[in-house]
Design a protein. Sequence first.
Length: 229
Amino acid sequence: MSAYALWSRDGKRLFFASNRSGDWEIYSVPASGGAAVRVLTRKGNQFPASFAPDGTLMFNERIKGRTGAALMTLAPDGTVRPFLEGPSSSSVGGQFSPDGSMVAYLSDESGRDEIYVRPFGRPGDAVAVSTEGGIAPRWSPDGKEIYFKHGDAFMAASVANTAGTITASDPRKLFEIHAAPGRSTFQPGYSIGPDGRFLLLQLDPRAVPSRIDVVLNWFEELNAKVPAH
């Protein structure tokens, strides 16, 4: 099985995760067609997340025996470094800002899924973006806003990186729509085009049950309608 597709920044290669060899590993294939090659060999399961302008790949990693998931980076020279990892909490879905100076990600370190942003390439604390829960972070094309989902609502928060200090505004709702989720918290499930338009899959509300019926004593009713012989 193959999933979690991600374009390289120049659009010349497609990266994805596949469990064809057992664990989930990251592969790459030319956009023009050709054989897929494995990008790195590590224990556990790896899933591509985003690229920095210099070609650094942010990926999610889950190791058997660990409760949480980590965010790791793969540099163009093949060096792997941890970006965020913890023994019990999960940090996933890391998204490089357009200029590569910040990373937006999802973490459950507070006890529920929230969106945070941290600097990349230098020390700095995490800044909370969401306040009442959030998943699926994405950057606006100009890097001035972070989008995320809260239920069926798509939210936005302005983000500034001034003299190395990151600040985020209170989030506001952009619109609400019943959209298909990503495959997991590793994947947002929607994309932002270069012109700022959202690309998502809208679900038909009629396909979602609006009520649940509970039938009590159904076995007695079954016996009454279909007597045993």
